[in-house]
Design a protein around this ligand. Structure first.
Ligand code: 5RP
Length: 232
């Protein structure tokens, strides 16, 4: 039986969408790749939300059957709002996926995780044969780390250990991400904290080196995955 309540009867996107016109255009591009029967990884963040909106429109108009693998509860609720059937990595491997990014350099290396969904985003990206990265031109940087710190998802018990271990790295600044009201740290869906770490120089090896620190669940550095950058 379907729920008759209405509270969840709206798409979830909190706040204004910056650069909306350009995000809309790049979101439109990825909607053309959807084929009947596809299992698609659904990214998180505002650009992914706009892409989902456009994909859902095609699915409804052309009566396509697809399965969605959401990378966050936010994405899962939006899939539900748009009537898309969701599945998980336990049951399906995505044929392809799409996601946004905070920074992308000329080699296609990414910083992600402003929305804190980096762990599931990386699981889905690593599982998919290909992921389209949807970025407006404000996301392109000459030097990775130029604007954004690298988010680390960290088990709360490991905060001191991670902070101490980071002193051996060549990092400039470490900050715990705080909730807007500043009354406590931001917690991820898995109940972990986010430590934002700034580096002046980001070698390809850094993702693995940071991941090797005990207590680091995942990093927001995405290097060497099978991605295609779509941009406007
Ligand atoms: C969330 C992400 C987002 O994809 C990234 O922050 C880009 O967001 P937006 O499309 O809203 O600019 O990595 O964890």
């Amino acid at each position: 039986m379907k729920w008759k309540n209405k509270l969840a009867d709206q798409a979830i996107w909190s706040g204004e969408i910056s650069n909306r016109d350009r995000k809309d255009k790049v979101a439109q591009q990825v909607s053309h790749f959807v084929k009947n029967g596809d299992v698609i990884g659904i990214g998180s963040g505002s650009t992914s939300f706009l892409a989902l909106e456009k994909i859902a429109k095609r699915v409804a108009e052309e009566r396509l059957e697809i399965l969605a693998v959401p990378t966050s509860k936010e994405a899962e609720m939006n899939c539900s709002y748009y009537g898309l059937t969701t599945t998980s990595l336990l049951n399906h491997q995505p044929d392809w996926g799409f996601d946004g990014a905070d920074e992308v350099d000329r080699e296609g290396r990414l910083i992600k995780g402003r929305g804190g969904a980096l762990f599931a985003e990386k699981l889905v990206m690593a599982s998919a044969a290909k992921t389209y990265i949807l970025v407006d031109d404000s996301k392109h940087v000459a030097k990775l780390g130029e604007k954004f710190a690298i988010p680390l998802e960290v088990d709360p018990r490991a905060v001191h250990l991670v902070e101490t271990t980071l002193q051996k790295f060549d990092c400039d600044h470490v900050q715990m991400r705080m909730a807007k009201a500043k009354d406590g740290p931001v917690l991820t869906e898995a109940g972990n904290v986010l430590m934002d770490v700034r580096f002046a120089h980001i070698p390809d090896t850094l993702e693995k080196e940071l991941s090797a620190i005990p207590g680091v669940i995942e990093t927001g550095l995405f290097i060497g995955y099978s991605v295609e950058i779509l941009t406007v």
